[in-house]
Design a protein around this ligand. Structure first.
Ligand SMILES: Nc1ncnc2c1ncn2[C@@H]1O[C@H](COP(=O)(O)OP(=O)(O)O)[C@@H](O)[C@H]1O
Ligand SMILES: [Mg+2]
Length: 169
């Protein structure tokens, strides 16, 4: 069997050899990021927001939680990311129980429905804030921030304050 690095010989009988580059090798399957929920419950006082959820999300896959408003999607995500304590059950990532870990110590990131921006900083300075905390010089962090904003077609808005943006922006 041809290896991915081989060129493919398209020679037909009586014709000269035509060689085309081999297709690039497919990316290696992700091995990290398997999430498992077992009997997960979240109660807020008398309200049961999440009622014994069992879920396994394979590494490298996309998973969407669909359901009507109030059915417990956000509570479930917040428990996975560590922003909410479980009332019962267990959540593991790559086989490790993450119950005792803070959000910062988990290999997760959460994008909030309502944006969490510093209201007194413009777009560029919001994006550059973590670089500022890490001591990256101003010119460099502004350039990096502009690159990120440009990537999501927000470059023209870098001087705008959060109050001057639409929800989607
Ligand atoms: N902090 C809270 N205190 C009390 N009840 C809450 C709290 N957060 C969410 N709930 C309730 O838990 C249920 C699930 O909420 P949520 O997880 O936000 O649902 P979804 O994201 O699917 O709309 C809802 O009935 C909601 O009112
Ligand atoms: Mg929600």
């Amino acid at each position: 069997m041809a290896r991915a690095t081989d060129n493919v010989d398209l020679r037909a009988p009586g014709r000269s050899a035509a060689r085309v580059p081999a297709a690039p090798a497919p990316p290696a399957p992700a091995t990290k990021g398997r999430i498992e929920l077992a009997g997960v419950v979240k109660s807020y006082g008398t309200v049961t927001a999440v009622d014994h959820v069992d879920l396994a999300v394979p590494a490298g896959s996309y998973c969407c939680l669909l359901g009507p408003s109030g059915c417990g999607k956000t509570s479930t995500l917040r428990m996975i990311a560590g922003h909410e304590e479980l009332s019962a059950g267990r959540i593991s990532i790559d086989g490790h129980d993450v119950g005792g870990l803070t959000p910062a110590d988990r290999p997760t990131a959460m994008m909030f429905q309502n944006y969490a921006l510093f209201p007194h900083l413009n777009c560029r300075d919001n994006v550059a804030f973590s670089l500022r905390m890490r001591g990256v010089p101003k010119a460099e962090r502004h350039e990096i921030a502009f690159g990120k904003l440009d990537l999501v077609h927000m470059g023209d808005y870098m001087e705008r304050m959060p109050s001057q943006l639409s929800g989607g922006q």
